[in-house]
Every structure is written in structure tokens, then in C-alpha cells.
Ligand binder design. Structure first.
Ligand code: SF4
Ligand code: SF4
Length: 339
């Protein structure tokens, strides 16, 4: 299919995933925010600006995604967005669960942000609200409607798990009806709250879907949705033996920042105090050994070493003990442009 491509890691861009607070009004069953590791503080705007400045000139292209907790609970989010634009960030995105607190849409202009990115984890109220909380389905859809009516570009993130994969197909009409321009399919990780168990999967106790089901459902559904003019991105997850494995921690310039000053290079490491960098008095400094960066160079036949350590349930082995396939870096994506 000519419009499909694997999005390799960008080597000339700096991408920052900036958690400006960890508090949230929801309590999703699969929330990856780990307050024991990431603290509970809300960053003052002056610190947000200083940390944005630390990355602004790092490469020819810097992109920032503001995240929470619930990002719009931050009272100065609009100032953070405008500061990022002023200091030359090429793209600015706001992630939200849809509640759009603090009248954020009346404090920024559509030209200030690339996308407002909403999260919905079911095509039906029943499934989404079981995962994300009562009322969250309606609020997310009304938030999208309001953003679109004000001229903002919107995207939608759907975290696939055994509880909602059967509804992915139904997202096609919903995305079209609500005029969403980009659709991001994510895979649930064994992280944050999910690691503690109790996730209401449908077909097994494992919240992650099997490789066969993933390969059966995801690429075909993504293509079907893209044919409606929506650009669809989903993680590659599984590599065939002939495909080359690369760790983004070694070849890309991504930073996952938390309000307690921790800066990770790999999102799978976020449940552990092994961040490779930190902010110290608003200066970005390296942390001491041993940290995540020491893991990136380890070469194992299973591919991603962090996947092997924290979610080995998605691996399988042949009788001779060799892995049947490799797990790709969680940051490697397939993208199908809206056709
Ligand atoms: S909306 Fe996001 S931050 Fe809030 S509970 Fe859900 S997953 Fe966690
Ligand atoms: S997910 Fe795996 S491959 Fe990707 S940065 Fe982390 S350790 Fe490296």
C-alpha cells in the first residue's frame, strides 16, 4: 500500500513529552502515571518556561507535547503554550481527557497548537466509561466538538487492550462524525495502575492482546479508517526476524519530563528511578550510573530489553529457546496517511 510507512526515529528533531502536573480528575484503570515515582506537584509557570528553554535550541526542530495528569487542570497552560511558540517550538500539542478545564479553548488560538489530542478508550459509552470513569465518554466527545467548532485540529488516542479491541472497528464512523483529523492507536503497557492488576480484560487476565489478534485487527482497521481521510498511527510492536531492531534511546532525541525534575529517554523506564537525566536548578544534567542509558546498548535476541524485563508476557519462544519474533521499540510507529 503506497501511503503506508514505518516512521523511523527522527534524528534531526527533539521531541519533548512534558508532564507539567500529575494530578487528574479521572482515575483510569490503565493510567500509567505513577505518583510514587513522579510526585504530585504542579510545576509553576516560571519553571515550565525555564525547562522549555533548555530544549528550545537543541536541534533544528523541537516539538513539545504537554501532558498530565490532566493537562488542562494547569491554570497557566495557555502561557506555557504561548511561550513554546514564542521560543521556536515547531509544533505544540496539548493532550487532554476532554474535560478542558480553565476555559483553555478561549485562552489559546488554533494557530498556537498543532493539535488538541483527546483520549477515548472505547467506541461505546459502556466500554469507555468502564475503563476511564463515568461520564468521560460524553465529556470527551463534547470537548472534541467544541474544539473543532473553534477551528482547532483534533486528534484522538485509543489505547488498545483486551477490554476494547473489539470496538476499534466502530471508531471509524465516530472519528468521521466528529471531524477528527488524526487517530493514534496505542498499546496498553504493563505500567502504572495496570501493573497492580485488576484490569478487566475480556479474553484473558492479560490486558495486552495476543500477537495474532494484534496483527489480525490493527493494520486492517487502521487502513480502513485511513481510507476515510484520517491519518492513522499505530505502534509497530512486533518485528519479523529480518527486520532491524533499533532502540530510540540510542538514535533519537526524545525526553519524557516529570514535574519532580526526572527526565527519561525511554517511556518504559518510567516506573523505576533509573532516569538518565534530571533538572537541577533548571539545568539539565546527567544522572549517575546505573541508569536507563546503560540498558539501551544491551543487545538481546528478543529486541527491546525493557520489554523483556517488564512485560515478557508478549514474547514467545521456539522449542530451541530462540524467540519467535522480536519486540520493536515502543516508539517505532506505522503511519497511514489519510487517503
Ligand atoms: S486521564 Fe490520563 S492521567 Fe488521568 S487518570 Fe486517565 S490515563 Fe491517567
Ligand atoms: S522501549 Fe526499548 S527499544 Fe525503545 S527506548 Fe526503551 S529500551 Fe530502547
Amino acid at each position: 500500500m503506497k501511503d503506508m510507512k514505518t516512521v523511523s526515529f527522527s534524528k534531526n528533531a527533539t521531541n519533548i513529552f512534558f508532564h507539567i502536573l500529575t494530578n487528574c480528575n479521572l482515575c483510569c484503570r490503565h493510567c500509567y502515571i505513577n505518583k510514587e515515582q513522579h510526585g504530585e506537584n504542579t510545576l509553576p509557570i516560571e519553571i515550565i518556561k525555564a525547562w522549555l528553554d533548555a530544549f528550545a535550541g537543541k536541534s533544528r526542530e523541537a516539538n513539545v507535547i504537554f501532558l498530565g495528569g490532566e493537562t488542562t487542570l494547569h491554570p497557566d497552560l495557555s502561557l506555557a503554550v504561548k511561550h513554546a511558540k514564542k521560543t521556536g517550538y515547531k509544533s505544540v500539542t496539548i493532550d487532554t481527557n476532554g474535560y478542558l478545564f480553565n476555559r483553555i479553548l478561549s485562552k489559546i488560538e488554533p494557530g498556537d497548537v498543532e493539535y488538541i489530542s483527546f483520549s477515548l478508550d472505547g467506541a461505546t459509552r459502556e466500554t469507555n466509561d468502564m475503563l476511564r470513569g463515568k461520564g468521560s465518554y460524553e465529556r470527551c466527545l463534547s470537548g472534541i466538538k467544541e474544539a473543532v467548532s473553534k477551528g482547532f485540529n483534533t486528534s484522538l488516542i485509543y489505547t488498545v487492550s483486551s477490554a476494547n479491541i473489539d470496538e476499534l472497528d466502530m471508531m471509524e464512523s465516530l472519528l468521521c462524525d466528529f471531524k477528527v483529523s488524526r487517530f493514534f492507536i496505542q498499546v496498553i503497557g504493563i505500567r502504572g495502575r495496570t501493573i497492580k492488576g485488576g484490569f478487566p480484560g475480556k479474553d484473558s487476565e492479560n490486558p495486552q492482546v495476543s500477537r495474532l489478534k494484534w496483527l489480525d485487527v490493527i493494520p486492517a482497521t487502521a487502513e480502513k479508517i485511513a481510507r476515510r481521510g484520517i491519518t492513522v498511527t499505530y505502534p509497530k510492536v512486533f518485528l519479523s526476524p529480518e527486520e532491524q531492531f533499533e532502540c530510540a534511546g540510542l538514535v533519537a532525541d526524545n525526553y519524557f519530563i516529570f514535574p519532580n525534575g526526572r527526565v527519561y529517554r525511554c517511556p518504559l523506564c518510567e516506573d523505576y528511578p533509573i532516569h538518565g537525566m534530571k533538572f537541577d536548578e533548571n539545568r539539565l544534567v546527567k544522572t549517575g550510573k546505573i541508569n536507563e542509558i546503560d540498558l539501551f546498548g544491551l543487545s538481546i535476541p528478543e529486541g527491546c530489553v525493557m520489554n523483556r524485563l517488564i512485560q515478557p508476557g508478549n514474547l514467545s519462544y521456539k522449542k530451541d529457546g530462540t524467540p519467535e519474533y522480536k519486540i520493536a521499540c515502543c516508539l517505532l510507529k506505522e503511519e497511514i496517511s489519510g487517503i
